[in-house]
Design a protein around this ligand. Structure first.
Ligand code: SF4
Length: 367
């Protein structure tokens, strides 16, 4: 197996949020100024330690939690050791929520080299936002996007959700119409998953009917494609080839460094996850827990999510596996859902819809 001790992609996790959404199962905690200051001391230590193994950063992704809850001064302080590492062609994304964003913050992001923003919009419908426990005013989104563009940040993505309680096909369509008004190049769209540990999970909220969810997904793909967006990953659409370069690192089976409370990384063939407990992190640092990765299966699982598929030659080179031979039965079983194009095994649109079943079948082959 190829060992790569030096990654060129870095994920930084900011675990603070101004409120906790009832569906959320991420590593997050309510914003607290004292904790943020203590967390900053610890994460800056972790950044300095991890950067010793890195020459340059090609993709930097600050996610959360809600990174935009940090004040400009706190963000400055977080950035100071990272900026000199950015390579010439870097992509630097920050996740933001509309309610914690301002013109001043966007200016500060731009000054520190941020060139991509992922905005958590979730829906433009005030009633659905209320169900989701989100507190922003959807009528502000258009202005906010314009302010990003005015600051010179043109690589913009928003997150939307579907399969929400009381959301029908028409509502999903309306949200997409609002998205098109923004004239931006990227959309990530996720169905609501009722995680056991979330507030919704504990309240026994029921998921929407599976058939309705499948119809909504099909409609989303159709509408997005008809507006010139490429369906390049199961939940992602891009125009003008503005793919998320950072996420492509995950999907292309490459290694990356994770920094911060609750962050995960993948280095030297292993995955690690730092402690999710903010007090433990502040007191003792990252305390990563390592796990072995079933690397060949991971390559299939990630590759089939994208329209680029699994590179069959790369699979042979890295893991000495001839997937056409080893996965012959599964590939035969999904004749209309899997295809081989340019030595890549890819999902067709119907395959994307059946991805879970396809992966379960591949998993059996790799067990
Ligand atoms: S969904 Fe996002 S904003 Fe809401 S609590 Fe979770 S991390 Fe915070």
């Amino acid at each position: 197996m190829m060992i790569n001790a030096m990654t060129r992609s870095v994920y930084i996790h900011v675990p603070f949020c101004s409120s906790i959404c009832p569906y959320c199962d991420f590593a997050r905690t309510i914003k607290n100024e004292k904790w943020i200051e203590q967390w900053l001391v610890q994460i800056k230590k972790e950044i300095r330690t991890k950067l010793k193994n890195i020459d340059q950063i090609d993709t930097l992704y600050i996610g959360g939690g809600t990174p935009s809850v940090l004040s400009i001064e706190q963000f400055d302080s977080l950035m100071i050791d990272l900026i000199p590492y950015l390579s010439k062609q870097y992509e630097f994304t920050i996740e933001c929520n509309p309610e914690s964003l301002s013109k001043e913050k966007l200016k500060a992001y731009r000054e520190h080299g941020v060139n991509r923003i992922s905005l958590g919009v979730q829906s433009f419908d005030p009633n659905l936002l209320e169900t989701l426990g989100r507190h922003h005013d959807p009528s502000r989104i258009e202005n906010l996007i314009q302010t990003m563009k005015d600051q010179g940040i043109n690589n913009i993505s928003i997150d939307l959700m579907f399969a929400l309680p009381n959301q029908g096909l028409k509502d999903v369509q309306r949200d997409l119409e609002q998205f098109f008004r923004l004239d931006i190049d990227h959309l990530s769209i996720y169905s609501l998953i009722l995680e056991e540990n979330s507030i919704f999970g504990k309240q026994n909220i029921h998921p929407v009917d599976e058939d309705l969810e499948a119809d909504e997904y099909e409609q989303i793909v159709k509408i997005m494609k008809s507006h010139g967006y490429e369906h390049y990953e199961i939940s992602s659409f891009a125009r003008n080839k503005k793919y998320s370069k950072h996420n492509l690192v995950y999907w292309n089976d490459q290694e990356f460094t994770g920094i911060g409370c609750g962050a995960s990384g993948r280095e030297n063939g292993k995955r690690y996850t730092n402690t999710k407990n903010i007090h433990q992190y502040i007191e003792y640092g990252p305390q990563p827990v390592y796990e072995e990765i079933d690397a060949p299966f991971e390559m299939i699982m990630m590759g089939l999510r994208t329209s680029f598929g699994v590179d069959l030659e790369e699979m042979k080179r890295k893991y000495r596996i001839d997937l056409l031979e080893k996965g012959k039965e599964v590939i035969g079983q999904y004749k209309n859902d899997l295809q081989i194009v340019d030595r890549h095994l890819r999902c067709t649109e119907t395959g994307m819809e059946k991805l879970n079943s396809i992966l379960v079948d591949f998993l059996e082959v790799f067990e």
